[in-house]
Design a protein around this ligand. Structure first.
Ligand code: PMP
Length: 321
């Protein structure tokens, strides 16, 4: 599906999937003026199709647009694009357990010029792809490489926006992680404060049941994280959004104060962290077991998403009606 904009949202149309034409001088190819979102459509047992908090993705796309000097797509149009996609391609939403249709809305600058300035002509597209479990090997705890040579974003940068440049800067550290035998990379800010993984937020669980997650203006505010923390609060857990140093994590894990940690995001849902591997130390162990709270929050969240549990927060939006 494609919505294109030149001075006003117009001409939305569904087109067959295929290559798109771009002028070689299109601003996105040179200055990276683009933003995107990621969410899923879930098939419930009765066959109906639902998405999870799509208004939050629409609002985040608007925040990303402001940071990248792109026009803000009204949230109603964003939701409408999801519904039109499902109207045409709903059959692609799989029904096997733990599967979904991953939806990738994105907007980019297509105006052709070479000076450095925000473009005025942009395009909005939505593509989709059926998705299974994110990590190979199911939901076994993952090993994470601590990147100390590279930052993903910094103060005043684009870290809080969902824009390709942040991912561009994480590609090399991600391949470094793979060389070290890890599936993911963890970024710090100022060489000290825990930020996030390449595509997921981080949550630590303390012995007293408190959940702690990094507060930072240079990470992506995950919708999964926000939701999981709400579920934990519903159960009576204390949630702290504050700065966390890697030393706090290291010492807390060594002393037994930090008993679980997990990563969360739309693609991976909730994934237990087995170990953090740094140049000169490790936290946890490769054969760590998945934490009990981690797995039960994962179960509760996916039960809501797949319609197996009452949607008490009003998070689900039906897309096929
Ligand atoms: N951080 C980064 C860098 C991400 O790419 C993602 C995935 N969108 C997240 C966090 C988690 O965000 P969400 O829960 O909204 O998918």
């Amino acid at each position: 599906i494609c919505w294109s904009v030149t001075g006003g949202w117009h001409r939305p149309r569904v087109q067959p999937y295929g290559p798109i034409q771009l002028d070689p001088a299109a601003a996105v190819l040179h200055y990276g003026q683009e933003i995107f979102e990621g969410l899923k459509a879930y098939r419930h047992a009765d066959g109906s199709i639902h998405s999870f908090r799509p208004e939050a993705n629409g609002a985040r796309l608007q925040r990303s647009a402001r940071r990248l000097a792109l026009p803000e797509l009204p949230v109603e149009y964003f939701i409408e694009s999801l519904k039109q996609m499902i109207a045409v391609d709903g059959a692609w939403v799989p029904s096997a357990p733990e599967t979904s249709l991953y939806l990738r809305p994105f907007m980019f600058a297509k105006e052709a010029f070479l000076g450095v300035r925000p473009a005025h002509k942009v395009a909005y597209y939505l593509i989709a792809s059926p998705a299974g479990a994110y990590f190979h090997g199911g939901i076994a705890p993952v090993s994470i490489w601590l990147s100390t040579n590279y930052a993903r974003a910094g103060k005043g940068g684009t870290g809080a926006a969902k824009t390709g440049g942040n991912y561009a800067s994480s590609l090399l550290p991600q391949s470094e992680a793979a060389e070290k035998g890890c599936q993911q990379v963890l970024f710090l800010r100022d060489g000290e404060y825990v930020e996030e993984l390449g595509g997921m937020n981080v949550v630590l669980v303390y012995k007293d049941g408190t959940l702690v997650t990094p507060e930072s203006d240079s990470i992506l505010e995950g919708i999964t994280r926000d939701s999981v923390l709400r579920l934990a609060e519903d159960r009576g857990h204390t949630v702290e959004r504050r700065r966390v140093t890697i030393d706090e994590w290291r010492e807390g894990a060594a002393s037994g104060d930090i008993v679980e940690s997990f990563a969360c995001g739309t693609a991976a849902v909730i994934t237990p962290i087995g170990q953090i591997v740094a140049e000169d130390f490790t936290i946890g162990s490769p054969d760590a077991e998945a934490g009990e709270l981690t797995m039960s929050l994962r179960q509760e969240l996916t039960d809501i998403q797949y319609g197996r549990l009452d949607d008490r927060h009003g998070w689900m939006l039906r897309l096929d009606a």
